[in-house]
Design a protein around this ligand. Structure first.
Ligand code: GLA
Length: 371
């Protein structure tokens, strides 16, 4: 199960607005075998061993416990499909945790697919999208469906334009000379810990702003007014609501423009939109931090066409965009400016990779493992 990096469209999926992520080559692997009873027994060399039964009333354990994602998977799958068989699973990963690369959704999705496979259930993309984002709410974050859509539906060589309500994923071919890095800010975003409330508060403020302006959805607002009119109308909202509302509306327009720029191979425009997205996340939504801002600045000073924080923010990673021919120069620039010389594993190449459904189609000959 790959991680994902969101190229653009941040903090808008939960308002049912389209986003543009891609899957990474880094991933979580689950090797599992089906059990005859209902026990789910999960082992991670890094995080330890957990066990529970599909028949018990599942309650989340302490905040941040990795078993919560395994339980969330079981709850999500149980809600739609009656599962009777548990699994023995071994989880391994080369995907950094708490970096905004969706390791948690990758784990939840991988565990769900393992449980379904063990019970002989073959679910479609749409069916999985019905249960996975809901399932993740069990862990406490009211995120949207971007992460699950990306880790499931991404296509190699492409970004994935994910629309919601109804959910739809379309591959956007990436020009082959385009190149991305994911760079860690060396500050950590613990989604299941303290950050959760900050994340949820941005969602609430955006929704309140929308309702106070009399709209029923962001799509309705964007279909009715242009950006300048929306900015004017939002002027009467309390500051927090106004800033969150404007970030969401403007970011949605940037996603549309970015998908068009990718389709037409306009790298400069795509990069400019990434920088604008970061500024809005920093100044309007206020989900950046000093380390992420310095990192984006280091990328800009090194000549990157675009860079922005990626994922929920509050720490974690930035995505950096350049052309293939410039990548070594830009990598060295970021290493010197941000990492003091050597970035090691903190700066990774992000090539547009296959999602789980494409991987499963390739590995259909290995029915006893999912990844
Ligand atoms: C987290 C959530 C996603 C999305 C991003 C912000 O990664 O899981 O659904 O809301 O934050 O864009």
């Amino acid at each position: 199960m790959p991680g994902r990096v969101n190229l653009i469209g941040e903090h808008i999926d939960y308002h049912n607005l389209a986003v543009l992520p891609m899957a990474l080559g880094r991933r979580i692997d689950i090797h599992f075998s089906r059990r005859d009873d209902a026990l789910v027994h999960a082992v991670s060399a890094e995080y330890g061993e957990r066990a529970f039964s599909l028949n018990e009333a599942l309650e989340p354990g302490p905040d941040g416990d990795w078993a919560n994602y395994v339980k969330a998977a079981a709850r999500a799958a149980q809600w739609k499909w009656q599962l009777t068989r548990g699994v023995d699973m071994q989880v391994s990963s080369d995907l950094p945790a708490a970096a905004g690369l969706s390791s948690s959704s990758a784990l939840l999705t991988a565990c769900t697919l393992a449980l379904l496979e063990a019970n002989g259930v073959h679910a479609s993309f749409e069916e999985l999208m019905e249960v996975l984002p809901e399932g993740e709410h069990f862990v406490g974050t009211r995120g949207g469906g971007m992460d699950h859509a990306a880790v499931l539906g991404a296509r190699s060589g492409c970004a994935l334009l994910v629309e919601f309500a109804p959910v739809r994923a379309s591959a956007v071919r990436m020009p082959p000379e385009w190149s991305f890095f994911v760079a860690h800010s060396l500050s950590h975003a613990e989604k299941s810990g303290a950050m959760r409330e900050a994340y949820n508060s941005r969602r609430r403020a955006g929704t309140q702003g929308l309702e106070e302006m009399g709209f029923t959805s962001f799509r309705q607002a964007l279909d009715t007014y242009g950006p300048a009119e929306l900015r004017k109308l939002a002027g009467r909202l309390p500051e927090d609501e106004r800033l969150c509302f404007l970030h969401v509306a403007e970011e949605a327009l940037r996603v549309r423009a970015a998908a068009r720029a990718m389709e037409s191979g306009d790298a400069e425009e795509f990069g400019r939109l990434l920088y604008q997205s970061h500024e809005s996340l920093r100044d309007q939504l206020r989900v950046s931090n000093a380390a992420l801002d310095r990192l984006v600045e280091a990328a800009q000073q090194s000549g990157a066409l675009g860079a922005r924080l990626t994922g929920a923010g509050f720490g974690g990673c930035a995505v950096v965009f350049c052309l293939q021919g410039d990548r070594e120069r830009i990598r060295r620039g970021i290493e010197e400016r941000f990492y003091g010389g050597v970035a090691g594993g903190h700066l990774i190449e992000a090539a547009p990779s296959a999602g789980a459904l494409e991987l499963a189609a390739i590995a259909a000959s290995k029915p006893d493992s999912a990844s």
